[in-house]
Design a protein around this ligand. Sequence first.
Ligand SMILES: [Zn+2]
Length: 263
Amino acid sequence: MARALEPVLVDAPLQRLWTREHGDVARLVGQTVRGVEAIGKHLLVAIADTHVLRLHMGMRGRLLQAAPDRVWVAWDTSAILVTDARGLVWRNARTVELTKRRDRGRSSALDCLGPDLLATECDIAAVVARARLLPPETALVEVLLDQRIAAGIGNVYKSEVLFLVGVDPRTALAAVDDALLERSYALARTLMQANVRAGPRDTVGVVEPRLGRDLQGRAWVYRRSGQPCRRCGDQVAMVRLGRDARSTYWCATCQPSTKVNRV
Ligand SMILES: [Zn+2]
């Protein structure tokens, strides 16, 4: 999406900027869009040299384009951006955030989003190095969701990856070695890349093509609590973990807790 928006937006002076949080942002009218970039699932629009508009479409978000005088705020409008030539309306986006750019001098390595796992090239070793900047007691489930480490892993891949590497989601970062982290991020990349295409998500067939063909719900553990584990037959469990208490699915047999809290 970023590539399609670049010619439309870059170097264009803003006629209007509206977000559901701020309403009309008058002070940025007349300022120029400097760049449009996609990082993971995030779209970043740099405005002047001072602000960044970040959008995350989530499951239901969509972008509509119209003539500049044909855009208006509806109940589900998330953000509006109007230039001389085009009006862009985002609706139902999960996240819309207008932030001031931080001073360069104050920024730390973790101030920005991590490498995009869906990019053509992705330096997994760099991702692991970023993960090691987190507090050692951080649970793996939080590490994987942290977009500052690697951009792109959502709630589904988090559970699927931890199942496939056989680690309890509550395991502390300090209890696992770099090889396991590398394996986890490389696997997330593989699963995500295989599912970029349209159609139902399938994380099973990517790993075991023969098994994948016979299954209806094509996840190893995600949204399968109470159902038999595809590997050992024991019951898949669900627990809410982490800062946002997001649902996490796992198999206690395939993901033993022996490493948990061994910090
Ligand atoms: Zn199992």
